[in-house]
Design a protein. Sequence first.
Length: 138
Amino acid sequence: MPASYSFTTQIPVRITDINYGNHVGNDSVLSLIHECRMQFLAHNGYTELNCGGTGLIMYDVAIEFKKELFYGDVVEAHLAATAFSRNGFEIYYQLGKRTDDSFVLVANAKTGMLCYNYATRQLEKVPDIVRERLESNF
């Protein structure tokens, strides 16, 4: 996990995120990560379909669960884009919640992102401007 993060957002836990165990389900944590990524990209002027002129596609994900989330919790997410290669990069996520003014770690995650042309179904090079913008925020 990175030592610092370039972006922070907050996302409330929805009732639809809760599973039969009365806590946020594993699948919902992945959905929260997706929302965090969309907000991170939007903050930088991008979307997954237009990231500096190319699309993005997720090629892997890893989630390390630490604590439970419940309905009414607000997820505080910290993100950083790192490990740029010719065709992609990784986004790291630190998900937590505030309890009595302290940050409680809920999950660490990483998604591998590739630049992808959805029309041609081919990988593309990471645009220089994307790399510069996302790395300069780190």
